[in-house]
Ligand binder design. Structure first.
Ligand code: RB5
Length: 144
């Protein structure tokens, strides 16, 4: 399991904490930036992550901006990306079970670190159910 993580300046502090946590769990993580709290544009990191996931350089992406909203919108412009803004453990479970999300999104200015770690672990410990949910995921990709 390889995870990639990226944020804008609004998500930088949370990104650093998640990165430290995942490394301590011996999970392989690629840090796609940003690397400071200097102001940057969140779409740049959303697009970088989307290409990283679509090119299979990581199994799962984590994206963070101030609220998680802008970076979700940008990532979901990419066909094949299912970026889920996670805000509780039920949503984390369903984002895997029903949506098979390939990017998890968090808000650096809206979510406590401990909660986010709990959401990540819930997602990682859940399996995609497939079946009718795969049919629905296919329909996401075929709608023009
Ligand atoms: C940056 O100030 C902020 O707009 C961004 O992090 C994010 O919250 C956008 O949705």
């Amino acid at each position: 399991m390889k995870i990639a993580i990226a944020s804008d300046h609004g998500g930088f502090d949370l990104k650093e904490k998640i990165l430290t946590y995942l490394k301590a769990q011996n999970i392989s993580v690629d840090d796609l930036g940003t690397h400071s709290t200097d102001s940057v544009d969140y779409p740049d990191y959303a697009h970088k992550m989307a290409h990283y996931i679509l090119n299979k350089k990581a199994d799962l992406g984590i994206l963070i901006c101030g609220t998680g909203v802008g970076i979700s919108i940008a990532a979901n412009r990419h066909k094949g990306i299912r970026a889920a803004l996670i805000y509780n453990n039920f949503v984390a479970e369903m984002a895997k079970k029903h949506n098979n999300a390939n990017i998890l999104v968090f808000g650096g200015r809206t979510m406590p670190f401990e909660d986010v770690i709990s959401y990540i672990n819930t997602f990682l410990n859940t399996s995609f159910e497939g079946g009718r949910h795969q049919t629905r995921l296919n329909k996401i990709e075929t709608e023009e």
